[in-house]
Design a protein around this ligand. Structure first.
Ligand SMILES: Cc1cc2nc3c(=O)[nH]c(=O)nc-3n(C[C@H](O)[C@H](O)[C@H](O)COP(=O)(O)OP(=O)(O)OC[C@H]3O[C@@H](n4cnc5c(N)ncnc54)[C@H](O)[C@@H]3O)c2cc1C
Length: 401
């Protein structure tokens, strides 16, 4: 067993840390206050190689591993959740699925633009009436002579307004739709430029206010046959694969949020005094800080283990789901205590902890709610769920070039 990060990992941490300090933290209070999304952050991530971190160089990637992706997410969310969401969605939910499930032609067409950040990806699974219950989705794909016509509405889609390309899940078999048989769902790579695609923003969100979350509406959108990802009817499997990668990035990001809460509280506790002592000297304040540190270590170990399994191509749905569930629980608890440690000042945006508190909530909802993660864990324990022999995992690291 080796718990040591290598030189590349440390370089990635350093790169993402510098980006967070320079590009995210200085403007985040205003961006969050005004709910304004700064697309130049995505461009900046592309310029320094974050958008293609864990892809082979032959597709324009940085050639690093999946642990590096987690480490970058931890550093970005130390600054703000909205920055980490970019990597979760673009890499975890769009580019890695194309890298794993795409044909060589699809990889050559999309990956070089995506890994450089010139083309931004998003993931359209959730609909107004279907979130946890994926099979309840209503979007349809009707066969034509040379492809499919898509109709439907996706809701709560991160980066919907910023993305150029979307992974969209739709029913290609209407009989199976009636029977709720998920082998009738197919995944499509849909470019915004295909026509009939409209996107918009959701206003009044609790958190991730400096990020884009919105809808995608498809009205008679033509998609060529070669833009099916995987095979006909593989959509559900691919969507679940996508969530295995997205959840990993959420776990890593939430770990960064816990560390941000911890560090803010350490600084505040050493400066604020009550009863003639720094508040850090009061045992009940120490209790909150100790729990934040424990939450950080537990979450970090869980996501790094999942990242290691991804590198090796070991089935990791359970490990990833556990990392996501536990990191999100600790992030919510740490953010709530961080507000508490700051007293009244924690209740205003003079300090970042109220933003951490609002942002932490979202992660227990998206990419599978807390309850869904608990169901997954229990179902594995009870033997109701097993990893299938020969299931598709990420390409193992180091990559064959
Ligand atoms: C900020 C944000 C960004 C998002 N980004 C994306 C994105 O990029 N792409 C995308 O496709 N989606 C995205 N989503 C959607 C997200 O994945 C869904 O909100 C999530 O899957 C939950 O679905 P729902 O909101 O429909 O809740 P529901 O499924 O309606 O659940 C409501 C409640 O019931 C509980 N529940 C449901 N079923 C069960 C059950 N069987 N047992 C126990 N409890 C249950 C849930 O845990 C929850 O507490 C995003 C959401 C948010 C908030």
């Amino acid at each position: 067993m080796n718990f040591q990060l290598d030189d590349t990992h440390n370089e990635v941490i350093d790169l993402a840390q510098r980006f967070t300090e320079k590009r995210i933290i200085p403007g985040i209070r205003e961006a969050d206050r005004n709910a304004s999304f700064d697309k130049s952050i995505i461009e900046g991530m592309g310029e320094i190689g974050l958008m293609g971190l864990c892809f082979p160089e032959k597709y324009g990637g940085g050639g690093t591993d999946y642990i590096s992706l987690g480490l970058a997410c931890e550093e970005l969310e130390y600054g703000d959740t909205s920055a980490r969401v970019v990597l979760s969605v673009h890499i975890g939910l769009a580019a890695l699925p194309i890298f794993t499930w795409g044909t060589e032609a699809q990889k050559e067409k999309y990956l070089p633009r995506m890994t450089s950040g010139r083309m931004v990806g998003a993931f359209g699974l959730t609909e107004p009436n279907a979130g946890s219950d994926v099979v309840g989705l209503q979007t349809t794909a009707e066969k034509t002579s040379d492809g499919y016509i898509l109709n439907g509405e996706k809701m709560w889609i991160s980066l919907s307004d910023a993305a150029d390309v979307f992974l969209i899940f739709a029913w290609t078999d209407q009989e199976k739709k009636r029977d709720r048989d998920h082998s009738g769902i197919t995944g499509f790579i849909v470019e915004r430029s295909f026509g009939g695609v409209e996107t918009g923003d959701i206003k009044g969100k609790l958190g991730v206010r400096a990020g884009k979350t919105g809808f995608i509406s498809m009205s008679d959108t033509p998609v060529p046959e070669e833009n099916i990802i995987g095979g006909l009817g593989d959509g559900f499997k691919i969507a679940m694969f996508c969530l295995d990668q997205g959840r990993y990035t959420v776990a890593a990001g939430s770990t960064g949020l816990i560390r941000a809460c911890h560090d803010a509280c350490v600084t505040y506790s050493n400066t604020r005094t009550t009863f003639k002592r720094p508040i850090g000297r009061h045992q009940l304040v120490k209790d909150m800080i100790a729990k934040m540190y424990a939450g950080y270590e537990i979450s970090r170990n869980l996501y790094l283990k999942a990242g290691w399994m991804k590198n090796k191509g070991i089935a990791n749905t359970r490990a990833t789901s556990l990392a996501k569930w536990i990191a999100c629980e600790h992030a919510e608890a740490a953010a709530s205590d961080a507000v508490q440690v700051h007293g009244a000042y924690g209740f205003s945006d003079e300090y970042p902890v109220e933003r951490f508190y609002r942002n932490a909530k979202g992660a227990s909802i998206y990419e599978g709610t807390r309850e869904v993660q608990k169901l997954i864990q229990a179902d594995y324990s009870l033997g109701y769920r097993k990893d299938k022999e020969g299931r598709t995992e990420l390409p193992t690291y180091p990559f064959d070039e």
